[in-house]
Design a protein around this ligand. Structure first.
Ligand SMILES: [Zn+2]
Length: 203
């Protein structure tokens, strides 16, 4: 997916891992780091609390962002989710991806930072952080303005995205024989795989 001009290509492994984590979610948030390994791949799953989760690092690979689930409420980013996207983007000097999967709407939804905040901007947001717990990012224009547009997809459609492409059809092996008579000629085609024959008059 492309967000605010940044390309974030989720590998089949990442899509499958995100969907698995989504379906496993019951009461506690679950999450994975998203790591850059050419395409984006997902780390093993971490289990958090009912309302929060801390994901760990990418073990040597570049960090592309993270994914976590919302057992309650929609896939929209919470204020803390947005803060996490911004502080991680600041730490890496580039916009990172933040995705959530929510049982309530069946969606995986992602955003990135519209731009990397400055240290002063981040510190200002940090002063608000404690009292913003439990609010949605889009209810506070002071943090929502840093978020890119969002992209979402239905989790139940993930198996369709990751289906391998159909193999190209195999051309049948055909033996062609010419059957020549005094005033006519036929061609006999034999499919060597099925044994089927077809005769065509040439003249
Ligand atoms: Zn969240």
């Amino acid at each position: 997916m492309t967000l605010n001009g940044n390309e974030f290509t989720l590998s089949n492994q990442a899509l499958e891992a995100m969907a698995t984590t989504f379906w496993r979610t019951r009461v506690k948030e679950r999450g994975r780091m998203l790591c850059r390994d050419g395409e984006i791949t997902a780390s093993p799953e971490h289990i958090g609390g009912r309302w929060s989760i801390t994901t760990r690092n990418c073990r040597g690979k570049m960090e592309a962002g993270d994914f976590h689930t919302h057992p309650v409420g929609p896939s929209a980013p919470s204020w803390w989710d947005a803060f996490s996207i911004l502080s991680t983007s600041y730490r890496h000097h580039r916009p990172v991806l933040g995705c959530r999967g929510a049982k309530a709407d069946g969606l995986i939804r992602c955003e990135t930072a519209r731009r990397v905040p400055t240290l002063a901007e981040l510190q200002y947001l940090k002063t608000k952080r404690r009292r913003m717990r439990g609010t949605w990012a889009h209810d506070d224009p002071e943090i929502a303005k840093y978020l890119s547009e969002s992209q979402s997809f239905e989790v139940r459609k993930v198996p369709e995205f990751i289906k391998p492409p159909a193999p190209p059809p195999v051309a049948p092996r055909i033996k062609t024989e010419e059957l020549v008579f005094a005033t006519s000629m036929f061609k006999r085609y034999t499919n060597l795989d099925t044994g089927e024959t077809r005769v065509e008059k040439v003249y």
